[in-house]
Design a protein around this ligand. Structure first.
Ligand code: ATP
Length: 201
């Protein structure tokens, strides 16, 4: 059976916390492939306009250039309006066929809110989840959410032991605006892209 990891987010910009969570999920859960899917507009982040879809895809391509079996997907960027994960997963299931098992990859902060997402009944009953720890969030929060969702929806949720990267895209955008280096957080190529395209200033 094909095992596909689907990793949604703003990726504004993609950073090493994202790349390493994708790598750890691929290895620890024996996935055939992981797709990073930048949202066109995120339902919970409508108060700020992200960098363009083209810029975010270009940065994803740079960040993932050296990775095997990890790719960006422009599926949500090609749609109109707000991006909803249940629509993305429906489209992915159609593309890979009913024989494929889809694993949605998320950090603790996303897992704890999963049952507030649009059509969460469908999300939690049809698909599996891989949850990485995120520095700044307690292990008990991850545990509690896993227990609650499994009990209520019977959801398959796999907890992985990912390498910790205590950083966020918000922090990176702030540093760029202050003229500080971010190469340790996003890698040299993405940093160069951000600077040469005047992003986040
Ligand atoms: P922002 O600061 O703009 O809100 P972010 O850094 O939180 O962005 P997103 O693109 O919103 O990044 O995150 C997408 C997914 O990646 C979420 O499931 C989130 O939990 C996970 N994630 C982000 N950063 C990390 C990290 N440092 N470690 C583990 N998981 C992370």
């Amino acid at each position: 059976m094909l095992r596909i990891g689907v990793f949604g987010g703003s990726f504004d910009p993609v950073h090493l916390g994202h790349v390493n969570l994708a790598k750890d999920a691929l290895e620890q859960c024996a996935l055939n492939r992981v797709l990073l899917v930048p949202a066109r507009l995120q339902p919970f982040k409508l108060d700020r306009t992200p960098a363009s879809g083209a810029d975010r895809m270009n940065m994803l391509n740079l960040a993932l250039a050296g990775e095997d079996r990890i790719y960006p997907s422009d599926l949500e960027l090609k749609q109109e309006g707000v991006s909803y994960t249940y629509l993305t997963l429906r489209a992915m299931q159609k593309e890979f066929g009913e024989g494929a098992r889809l694993y949605f990859i998320a950090g603790t902060d996303s897992l704890v809110k999963l049952d507030t997402w649009m059509n969460h009944e469908e999300l939690l009953s049809r698909y599996a989840y891989i949850v990485g720890a995120r520095p700044g969030y307690r292990e008990e929060e991850r545990e509690e959410a896993m227990i609650r969702l499994r009990k209520h929806w019977g959801t398959e949720i796999i907890r992985i032991n990912n390498r910790p990267f205590d950083l966020s895209a918000t922090e990176i955008r702030k540093r760029v605006a202050q003229g500080l280096a971010v190469d340790q957080m996003v890698g040299r190529d993405v940093e160069e892209y951000i600077i040469s395209h005047g992003l986040y200033r």
